[in-house]
Design a protein around this ligand. Structure first.
Ligand code: MV4
Length: 504
């Protein structure tokens, strides 16, 4: 049985994994780069080892170094989190070769799903619906035109080694096939050193709905229902919710069965996600499988009442699943907002830097998975996520209102952030009605960007609060100052105080 886990990751997901280990009585080992010396995941773990300079390639992606630390610390297992080495077959293989358990699927499962053409073939054989298109890789323009004749335009040319939106080309006209094919191939070659591409019918205005699955080493597999992930921008998810507002019970169960079949087809072990693309008539097609724990996994945990990291560890220990499919239920509704250090006014450019003040929301049904404390500098080297705000409510309406309440309590100063932008999403009519697809952000862009007045006022409040705190510190904040201020500015002062937590 696993006694000590090395967490080969950083930030909020490292903290989240460590929390479950602690509850299971498992010791934890953190690894960190230069930029993460004072990161919360380092402080949270039982032991921590420096593994190199800040760039990921020299630290969190350095397989040799991480294996060395695992041996030095006596860790008997490695949890890769998401990103970094989580879907790396070399790492999974290397752990096994070194006698360290990799908390995740086999290299076989990762590779089979990582190659999209192979994944499509496997799914077809398993009876899982895939988007109409080619079975094998497309070699020539003639082959491309032949398949387009069958399925019709528009189509997408996709890189077999791609995924998550990389190496895709939308083709609307037959005369664009040649150039599109060439562009897709060269991009695929440059990005993945593999120029194989395939063709799928283009699904217009789709939903992105994914199913959480768990599979053990005894051949048992279950699904933990879906997550609706259509609120995204440039393939970056922003808000996820479960249940999906568009699925019926019948459709959900049918998709869940196909998700389980997909996992079984690659002899999957661990927690994984089957992504489906869903059209307006609720036709659904397998898109890809993510062979890792995902960023948005907590909404499933909130609604199904399962700790997915504990399940991963139990599966890695060779234990059979104790959860039974027909005993699982979705209770209530959960929403995740990804709070980022980014600037919505500059095309959502990452805005890392020192967080001078942070207050995270609390109260009934609110979970914040983060790692940032006041004074921490969000490194420029990694994803600038500040925290995931995960909210549960007994109904969808309650969880939206609770999300708005919690976002209002969320205060971050020092770095530009998207809290107000998230608030606008939760206020948007189409979101509130559950009437949205993957084009939601572009379709509602004017409404979503219209948060500036509010921001300006909060900037003013922060300045007032800072000034009053300064007066207080130098002993110049006289009691008579307060009644002397006008009713209007006194109100502003009180709001400034609640906004920043200043002591006056
Ligand atoms: C598609 C598609 C429409 N038709 N495939 C984007 C990410 C990658 N996983 C696959 N993606 C898409 N594949 C066909 N045949 C539309 C998308 C797509 C998308 C998918 C899921 C979530 C958001 C998206 C945003 C734009 C395009």
């Amino acid at each position: 049985m696993i006694k000590k886990v090395l967490v080969a990751n950083r930030g909020e997901i490292a903290v989240r994994v460590i929390r479950s280990c602690k509850e299971m009585g498992i010791k934890t080992v953190a690894v960190y780069s230069d930029a993460d010396r004072t990161s919360q995941h380092v402080l949270f773990a039982d032991e921590a080892y420096h593994i190199g300079p800040s760039p990921s390639l020299e630290s969190y992606l350095n397989i040799d170094k991480i294996i060395q630390v695992a041996k030095e610390s006596g860790a008997d297992a490695v949890h890769p989190g998401y990103g970094f080495l989580s879907e790396n077959t070399k790492f999974s293989d290397r752990c096994q070769a070194e006698g360290i358990k990799f908390i995740g699927p086999s290299a076989y499962s990762i590779a089979n799903m990582g190659d999209k053409i192979t994944a499509r073939k496997t799914m077809i054989a398993a009876g899982v619906p895939v988007v109409p298109g080619t079975v094998d890789m497309v070699h020539s323009e003639e082959e491309a035109l032949q398949i387009i004749e069958q399925i019709g335009l528009p189509v997408m040319i996709k890189a077999s080694a791609g995924g998550g939106g990389k190496g895709m080309r939308l083709i609307k006209r037959a005369e664009d096939v040649t150039s599109g094919l060439r562009a897709a191939r060269s991009e695929a070659k440059a990005s993945f050193n593999d120029d194989s591409v395939y063709i799928e019918k283009y699904i217009e205005s789709p939903h992105h709905i994914e199913f959480q699955i768990l599979a053990d080493s005894h051949g048992n597999a279950i699904h933990l229902f879906e997550r609706e992930c259509s609120v995204q921008r440039r393939h970056q998810k922003i808000i996820e919710e479960t249940p999906s507002p568009i699925l019926t019970h019948e459709k959900r169960m049918e998709m869940g069965e196909h998700a389980v079949a997909a996992a079984k087809a690659v002899f999957y072990e661990g927690a994984g996600t089957i992504e489906f693309i869903v059209d307006n008539n609720l036709n659904y097609y397998f898109l890809e499988m993510n062979t890792r724990l995902q960023v948005e996994h907590p909404i499933t945990e909130m609604v199904v009442g399962v700790d997915l990291v504990k399940e991963q560890i139990n599966i890695a220990n060779g234990l059979p699943l104790t959860l039974k499919q027909d005993e699982l239920k979705q209770v209530g509704h959960a929403i995740e907002c990804r709070v980022y250090a980014e600037d919505p006014d500059s095309n959502f450019m990452p805005a890392p830097g020192k967080v001078t003040h942070i207050e995270t929301p609390g109260g009934l049904g609110v979970r914040v998975d983060g790692y940032i404390y006041e004074g921490f500098t969000i490194p420029m080297y990694y994803d600038p996520l500040i925290a995931k705000l995960v909210v549960w409510g007994s109904t969808r309406e309650e969880s939206i209102n609770r999300t708005l309440r919690a976002l209002n309590e969320f205060k971050v100063t020092g770095v530009k952030n998207n809290v107000k932008f998230l608030e606008r999403i939760a206020l948007a009519e189409d979101f509130v009605k559950g009437n949205y697809n993957t084009h939601f952000i572009e379709d509602n862009f004017d409404f979503l960007m219209n948060y500036k007045e509010h921001v300006q006022e909060e900037d003013d409040l922060v300045m007032i609060a800072a000034f009053v705190e300064y007066l207080d510190r130098i002993g110049e904040l006289k009691p008579q100052f307060q009644p002397a201020t006008s009713q209007h500015s006194w109100k502003k002062l009180k709001r400034a105080r609640s906004y920043t937590g200043a002591r006056f």
